[in-house]
Ligand binder design. Structure first.
Ligand SMILES: CC(=O)c1nc(NC(=O)[C@H]2CNCCN2)sc1-c1cc(O)cc(O)c1
Length: 130
């Protein structure tokens, strides 16, 4: 009903604010757009589920997320993919792994600090009812 739509609109506003904050952070530049599969043809052979911040922003606007949990699942894909694709000891791999870990820590800290537990429970109940 109307209250549910008001709740989901507020969730989208929060998720957009988080995603845009991350997209402005210089450390996360490599995560802002899909990996170019023409530039990196082996990427799709290693990573089954590519994800990036612009795709998450599009999914927010397509009303794909009814809970923060679904949003965090996609955010976790971004840094997990980067760790999987960059396992080597060379400096380029180490740098992107460090940035992937920073993304993980930043996302989880924002959700811990800024998502109200009761608001989250209301979203989870809407999700369960659908
Ligand atoms: C996002 C990601 O996982 C990524 N990984 C890379 N790894 C490497 O280049 C390592 C791989 N091992 C051998 C030495 N090179 S480059 C890169 C990337 C960076 C961007 O600025 C944009 C973009 O679309 C992708």
């Amino acid at each position: 009903e109307e209250q549910e739509e008001d709740t989901l609109r507020e969730l989208r506003l929060f998720l957009r604010s988080v995603t845009e904050r991350l997209s402005r952070d210089r450390r996360f530049k490599a995560f802002t757009k899909p990996v170019d599969l023409e530039e990196v043809p082996d990427y799709i052979t290693v990573i089954q589920h590519p994800m990036d911040l612009s795709t998450i922003l599009s999914k927010i606007d397509l009303h794909k997320y009814v809970t923060a949990r679904e949003f965090v699942y996609d955010m976790d894909l971004i840094w997990k993919n980067a760790l999987e694709y960059n396992p080597d000891s060379d400096p380029a791999d180490r740098q992107i792994r460090h940035r992937a870990c920073a993304l993980k820590d930043t996302v989880h800290a924002i959700i811990r600090d800024e998502l109200d537990e009761d608001f989250n429970r209301i979203c989870e109940r809407i999700r369960d009812s659908r």
